[in-house]
Design a protein around this ligand. Structure first.
Ligand SMILES: C[S@@+](CC[C@H](N)C(=O)[O-])C[C@H]1O[C@@H](n2cnc3c(N)ncnc32)[C@H](O)[C@@H]1O
Length: 223
């Protein structure tokens, strides 16, 4: 049995300035590199989020690769810290979104300007490992989920296989400057969840090529 709470020390949480620069650089090529490979996992998350209700917030929406996956009766709000990524999300929304896109704005996921309980579902795809304060982002996402709603994460987390985890730990410093972080342990999510009240369930489903991503659903008690 492999133990993810292993002796590997995870890389430090990313620096905000490095992430801003990285995603300004990524923006023009992002869809080409990250579009197809992750598409089926993104669709699964959108389908799951839709079961929580109509009003969805995507934090770290990026270029809006999921916007075309929401059904017409959905109301989607997106935020991202990068102007360059949000500019592309605007273009995509005009071209392909069938859902009602309420707003797409530059905002820090650590400080959401929405009232408590505003959304049926909050979706964070390939974000939580890249923010300066992951627990703060989880707190904020959780705050704006309504009672009875759910928070959905899609991400790669550090492998439970110690050989793979060792490799991920070694390459993490090299990938830091391009805005990637392969060695973020799932324990951080579990530890955060253990400190919350009102979590009804937490599930983790493998997804993507060789199950290397996880879809995480964290349900909020109905009040
Ligand atoms: C790997 S991309 C994922 C984009 C999109 N969710 C997707 O699946 O294609 C990470 C995104 O998170 C954004 N990001 C990083 N830190 C952020 C923060 N503190 N608040 C909001 N967005 C942030 C980046 O600008 C980037 O667009």
């Amino acid at each position: 049995m492999f133990d993810s709470r292993s002796s590997f020390a995870a890389s430090p949480d990313p620096d905000r300035g490095i992430m801003q620069r990285a995603y300004r650089a990524w923006a023009p090529a992002y869809d080409l590199i990250c579009g197809g490979l992750f598409a089926s996992s993104r669709r699964r998350v959108v389908a799951l989020a839709s079961t929580a209700g109509r009003r969805v917030l995507e934090i770290g929406v990026g270029t809006g690769l999921s916007l075309g996956d929401y059904e017409a009766d959905m109301e989607v709000t997106g935020i991202d810290a990068s102007e360059a990524m949000i500019a592309r999300a605007h273009r995509r929304a005009q071209l392909i979104a069938s859902a009602e896109i309420r707003s797409l704005s530059v905002m820090d996921a650590e400080n959401l300007s929405f009232p408590d309980g505003r959304f049926d579902a909050v979706v964070a795809q390939f974000l939580i490992t890249l923010v300066e304060k992951p627990e703060r982002v989880l707190d904020e996402a959780w705050r704006v989920v309504r009672p009875g709603g759910a928070l959905f994460l899609l991400n790669h987390f550090r492998s439970k296989n110690p050989h793979v985890a060792g490799f991920e730990t070694r390459i993490a410093p090299l990938l830091h400057h391009v805005g990637l972080r392969p060695d973020f342990p799932f324990d951080r999510i579990e530890d955060w969840a253990a400190d919350q009240t009102g979590i009804t369930s937490i599930s983790r489903i493998p997804s993507g090529p060789m199950g290397c991503f996880s879809i995480v659903r964290i349900g909020k008690a109905a009040g």
